[in-house]
Design a binder for this molecule. Sequence first.
Ligand code: GLU
Length: 474
Amino acid sequence: MKTRTRFAPSPTGYMHIGNLRTALYEYLIAKSSGGDFILRIEDTDQKRYVEGATDIIYQTLKRVGMLWDEGPDIGGNFGPYVQSERRHIYAQYAHKLVELGGAYYCFCAHKDDEEENSVSHTKLKDPCKLIPLDEAKKRIANGEPFVVRQNINKKGTSIFHDVVYGDIEIDYDELDEGVLLKSDGLPTYNFANVVDDHLMQITHVVRGNEYISSTPKYNLIYEAFGWQPPIYVHVPPVMKDAQHKLSKRNGDASFQDLVAKGYLPEAILNYIALLGWNPGDEREIFSLKELEEIFSSERLNKSPAIFDINKLTWMNGCYIRNLSAQEFATLAEPYYQHITTPIDTVALSAALQPRIETLGQIAEQIDFLQAVPDYDVSLYENKKMKTTPEVAQKALTLVLPVLENVAEWNNENLFEVLKKVAVDHEMKNGQILYPVRIALSGKETTPGGATELAVILGKEETLKRIRAALQKLA
Ligand code: GLU
């Protein structure tokens, strides 16, 4: 049988890192065995509906290269792929489930807030369970509002297998008879997921381990219909620290937030793949294609993983360094937009690429390009370079006329002439280069040495800044 997995996000308006990881594992389970990856939008909770949220889901998946084989926008043989467009299907199956004894009509509590997570409903005490089906149907025909509630009439222990957690046992007494179809005719998650996964012929369901405790309820529904449940793959949450889950609602970064901070989608995807899965060896850098080739769900981990931003930052740095110069320049250039000083952007990108780990770090690296910050001359004091403001004044005075005469303004030439100044005046290289670097940038840490900065700024601006530095030192 062909593997079919589905990513079933609710349109919340952002892509939670944990959800993206679930999507990735769904995608990899399908693609590692030549199967299909399906996108289904779970929008039955209308209260949570956010305008434009579906587009964010599309954009995120496209951005990381996880293309779906069936989905709301491209269709497929098992549509519609948006749950709110499937309400007639759920209603039909809910009534059928009542006929099969797996559910009953309930007229007593159909407030909309009494949804899937309600535990308030006391099992077996519901008086509606005792209403004969004929009578219940009459009341419905008369227009009385109702909900369809799951009928749990089993005793003992439910056992099911999970790929990550192994065999799981849950007492049927722990299950509540939750609402399956709400009074507005829309299903709860607890019903829709079963109907959809069955009708869409989903073979593997990957989802957060918070769904484990409800799985016996889903299995009862599968059983009542005589359907085969899917293979379950429950994954532990992505943690912020040992106690707390990573949560967008608590201000933790979503995929979009990370991209805005200058993390590359490919690096984020690589990093989250390893948050809960390991390749079985020491390798850490994987493209999506490589993951498709080596992924196996046996290597999914059941202990929760902590999202380590430092590790992601390191990995992002590896991705940045692996880009071609052209690719990096394309990504970096939007960060230069505000600079009106005419700069050599090719040289700037070349200087930045080996030095940064996120694109977001560009801003602090280049803040001196627009204008030299107001620095104190004590900045010229540097023990290692053997410089003082006096040495700097001497160095810059010697350097200025030499630079004025440089015709070919490139790194090699500039380096040669500055080195010659040092030799000619029995000074150390650093005693020349360090003052020039400070004069050009006004800061100690710069993307590149003196000559690289000079190339980035161009001849005119370089000379202007050295003259200004000399005035400061005078
Ligand atoms: N819509 C559910 C969620 O976002 C999907 C859970 C599932 O994959 O079944 O949590």
